[in-house]
Design a protein around this ligand. Structure first.
Ligand code: PLP
Length: 412
């Protein structure tokens, strides 16, 4: 496994989070509101000419520090942090779409995102078409003048499918449609903006924070160019903001068309905790992705039904080797064959913590059909790859041999 890019991130994160003068740890600015001093300054802040905090729903100094580090991490022009990963998905999507628009969604999505698209947004007149990652022809055929977003995740959770991200970007660019990638596995695995994705989305709750200490999300935006898909007639209703704000317009669009009115704002304390997580992210990702590979290979060898693209029988194994050289995150699944067997495993394991989270320092496990996916009908479960015996595992920092031993004993 090539780890050279991680060195760059190690330096970037610790240097960005710590201060060289005064308090080394970033300060937490807990104030909800900010005093302007004079009416002239107040006017300037509201005009946007004076760069001072307006009100914490619209931006907070501690969160701004995290935003700048996250934007640097992805090579974006800026970022907006949110109260949760779902807050980030909502911010990114709702700042672009209006009633009558359509979304193309690719892959087996995170449950909350699937419900947002299939239930909530459809109540507001936004229709989503869902496709398997490899249905490229159908995806292209579904594009029409109402299509505003092509949305995908860098790795299917929990179906472990890997999209051909470049092929999907090429289709989107041919028709001038905005691409959004939920890259919760972080740019240490996949670098969305470098690949040509327009908008990168993160649940920072997961591996970025890394220890269940803070709920959070983030959307990273690229700069608007002189020739840009967002300047086409498809995105007519964004043009006023783009004309006024130029390069940084996508940030203004997110704040004015979603954050201000829906209020999914991050709080300063969570942003601070998230920065502490970022400092050690490269070390944890390196450790965990190596452990994932050794655990899945050993469990597979011992005859367990394991789903992970590092295994040669996985349909996207070649894509994994080519496009995911730094691994694809913390997850894999075990199919125990039945709910009873799955429960037996979960009642026996001493290593795994049973919880709906992923990307923690600890190894986590959850039976899918009886928890997160319990409200979905059979067809949807099928599409999302949820079988009765399916357990999702998120690998942590423990000794890989301890995990293997515990899992083999629990699967007997
Ligand atoms: C967890 C998760 C989300 C939602 O994040 P929250 O912080 O729980 O709101 C979105 N996308 C992916 C891929 C996730 O794993």
């Amino acid at each position: 496994m090539i780890m050279s890019q991680f060195e760059e991130y190690c330096t970037k994160f610790v240097q960005a989070v710590g201060n060289k003068e005064g308090a080394v740890s970033p300060s937490i600015v807990n104030s909800a509101s900010f005093a302007y001093g004079t009416p002239q300054i107040a006017e300037g802040i509201f005009e946007g000419n004076v760069k001072k905090p307006l009100y914490s729903r619209m931006g907070n100094p501690t969160s701004a520090r995290l935003e700048s580090t996250m934007a640097q991490m992805d090579g974006g022009i800026g970022a907006v942090v949110t109260s949760s990963g779902m807050g980030a998905v909502s911010l990114a999507v709702m700042s672009i779409v209006s009633a009558g628009d359509e979304i193309i969604s690719i892959g087996g999505l995170f449950g909350g995102t699937y419900a947002l698209f299939s239930e909530t947004l459809s109540r507001f007149g936004v229709q989503t078409h869902f496709f398997d990652v490899d249905a490229l022809q159908d995806i292209e055929a579904a594009i029409n003048e109402k299509t505003k977003i092509i949305f995908l995740e860098s790795v299917g959770n929990p179906n472990m499918k890997l999209p051909d991200i470049q092929a999907i970007i090429d289709i989107a660019n041919r028709y001038g449609i905005a691409t959004m990638l939920d890259n919760t596995i972080t740019p240490l695995s996949i670098k969305p903006l470098k690949l040509g994705i327009d908008i990168a989305i993160y649940s920072t709750t997961k591996i970025i924070s890394g220890n269940a200490s803070a709920l959070g999300g983030c959307v990273v935006y690229r700069a608007i160019q002189d020739e840009d898909k967002f300047r086409s007639s498809r995105y007519q209703d964004l043009h006023k903001i783009i004309q006024k704000m130029g390069k940084g317009a996508l940030i203004a669009i997110a704040k004015k068309r979603a954050m201000r009115d829906f209020g999914m704002s991050a709080n300063a304390h969570a942003s601070y905790q998230t920065m502490l997580g970022l400092e050690t992210l490269p070390l944890r990702v390196e450790r965990i992705t190596q452990t994932v590979e050794s655990v899945v290979k050993e469990l597979d060898k011992q005859g367990l039904s394991i789903n992970h693209p590092a295994l040669h029988q996985h349909p996207h194994h070649q894509r994994y080797l080519k496009d995911f050289q730094n691994g694809c995150g913390t997850l894999f699944t075990i199919d125990m064959g039945s709910k009873e067997k799955a429960f037996e495993f979960l009642n026996t394991t001493k290593i795994a913590t049973l919880t709906a989270n992923i990307g923690d320092s600890r190894t986590l496990a959850l039976h899918m059909a009886s928890t997160i996916y319990r409200d979905f009908d059979e067809d949807t479960m099928d599409f999302l790859g949820i079988t009765p015996g399916l357990i999702r595992i998120s690998i942590g920092l423990e000794n890989p041999q301890d995990i293997i031993k515990d899992f083999l004993a629990s699967a007997r």
